[in-house]
Design a protein around this ligand. Structure first.
Ligand code: NFE
Ligand code: MG
Length: 504
């Protein structure tokens, strides 16, 4: 019989996630991912004006609100049968691109880096940078008073589990602080076209309500240049340095090895072509994606809803005391299979399909630089690496979308809300494939269902008892100290979970 270990909460992620693992002879043999809080967006959207949906669903999350807003207006574009003007499509891409950039930067530096970088190295800092000196004082205080503050932001630490080069650590800590500034800049850049952040004001069916002029294009361009330099010369090199220092993490946290991406950043109003293509990869085979194959099981979820429904028939009936249920997440499946979503799924779909020569070239260069086989990308370190590569590709594409904008041309197509209709909005959030399904009757929302990236990744078991992707990635992981199961935390964080999104 193994030892049971519960990590509750998993820190440095968004939302309330607990992990229960069973460890036998230093190896995880069973895992449960538990989403710990019900929210109810799908319930209280019913009966509302459909035009409220993109505002309300953005409140699902403060990190990826743009993608919820975009999914909602894509669903409404379909329900109202609107064709977008080019500027409307491009401005949506630029707002969503800025949101991806900030999200990926925060994930690496502020949520994950301290799994690998030794914050205590700052106590050896001998320079004069006032902010680093202040941080040094703060960390010394935390270390000296750790009985008083056992869970303070930079603690607990796990001795001998970090990068051991003091200079590299201090450099990375400096970048941790710089990244806060970069995240602020990315927010400012988005707000040029979306009014405010985190919850954008200008995302509406038919395009965006913001006007494009030359000054806004210049303002966006000036910030994008700074972000691009940071991504290219700081973020990506830092991830590569961590990858070189922890090569064993290219062999850990493989997961289900099935990948799903809906595709994101529309390149045309009249086709489904997206800058990052969608698709399904199972057993290394690429297949076109078919949204009718999505279902959500609830056997182990705290809902009494019908299990196995397609989202158009989806129900959200909370059942907090349901026997056998262990999570507030539903269990989405594609064609009955467990699927990983996220940057890794996007990159694998693009690479295996051959639909993005840019992705193929970028990945080939990177794996050859690191001297790893392609399969090693399906791992804890692979997820960090492709997230950083994706950030660079998106930032570079934002320059091209800016170039395509036409100052003073229309950004929105007028529309009327029909008394009844249906639509689906499929896009990608930073953490993966995101779908919103809307059904309208009597000009009101009759049903609204969201299937969200972390719902896929952190799903509990499905009706057949098959674990979710994070559960599978944990099973088989070696844990060197059962009291400090940092390996398990690193596996979970590589997926960048957001339980606020996942339960919605
Ligand atoms: Ni709350 Fe989100 C993203 C969405 S994850 S962060 O990215 O959609 O489930
Ligand atoms: Mg849902």
């Amino acid at each position: 019989m193994g030892k049971s270990v519960v990590i509750d909460p998993i820190t440095r992620i968004e939302g309330h996630l607990a992990i229960k693992v069973e460890v036998e002879q230093d190896r995880i043999v069973n895992a449960e991912c538990r989403g710990e809080m019900f929210r109810g967006f799908e319930v209280f959207l019913r009966g509302r004006d459909p035009m409220d949906a993109q505002q309300i669903t953005q409140r699902i999350c403060g990190v990826c609100p743009i993608s919820h807003g975009i999914a909602s207006i894509l669903a409404q574009d379909m329900a109202y049968q609107i064709r977008l003007p080019s500027n409307g499509r491009l401005v949506r891409n630029l707002i969503q691109g800025a949101n991806f950039i900030q999200s990926h930067i925060i994930h690496f530096y502020h949520l994950s880096a301290l799994d690998f970088i030794d914050i205590a190295a700052i106590t050896k800092y001998t320079g004069q940078d006032p902010i680093l000196l202040e941080l040094k004082t703060w960390v010394e205080f935390q270390i000296s008073s750790k009985m008083l503050y056992p869970a303070a932001p930079f603690l607990p630490r796990y001795e001998s589990q970090y990068l051991d080069n003091v200079e590299i650590n201090i450099q990375a800590i400096k970048h941790y602080l710089d990244a806060l500034e970069m995240r602020k800049l990315a927010h400012k850049m988005a707000a040029i076209f979306c009014g405010k952040i985190p919850h954008a004001a200008t995302l509406i069916p038919g395009g965006v309500s913001e006007h494009v002029n030359a000054q806004k294009i210049i303002n966006y361009f000036e910030i994008l240049k700074k972000l691009h330099v940071f991504i290219d010369t700081v973020y990506l090199p830092d991830v590569i340095a961590v990858a070189k220092a922890f090569p064993q993490y290219f062999k850990m946290g493989k997961g289900c090895n099935n990948f799903l991406a809906f595709g994101v950043f529309k390149e045309s109003a009249d086709s489904d072509i997206t800058f990052l293509p969608g698709g399904v990869v199972m057993s290394s085979n690429y297949m076109a994606f078919n949204s009718s194959k999505i279902t959500e099981d609830v056997r182990y979820s705290r809902y009494s809803s019908q299990s196995g429904s397609h989202p158009t028939q989806g129900e959200t009936i909370a059942d907090p005391h349901k026997t056998g249920a262990y999570s507030w997440l539903k269990a989405p499946r594609y064609d009955g299979q467990t699927m990983e979503v996220g940057p890794l799924a996007r990159i694998i779909a693009a690479y295996v399909s051959g639909k993005s020569p840019l992705v193929t070239t970028t990945i080939n260069q990177t794996i050859s630089q690191l001297n790893i086989p392609f399969e090693d990308l399906v791992s804890v370190m692979g997820r960090h690496l492709v997230r950083a590569l994706e950030t660079k590709l998106i930032a570079e594409q934002c320059f091209k979308w800016l170039d395509q904008l036409v100052p003073d041309a229309p950004c929105v197509e007028p529309f009327t809300i029909p008394s009844s209709g249906e639509g689906v909005g499929l896009t990608e959030a930073p953490r993966g494939a995101l779908g919103h399904w809307i059904e309208i009757a009597d000009k009101k929302i009759k049903n609204y269902q969201c299937v969200v990236p972390t719902t896929w990744n952190c799903s509990p078991r499905d009706d057949k008892g098959n674990p979710g992707p994070v559960e599978l990635a944990l099973i088989g992981t070696s844990v060197s100290d059962i009291k400090n199961p940092i390996e398990a935390a690193r596996v979970v964080r590589s997926f960048d979970p957001c339980i606020a999104c996942a339960v919605h």
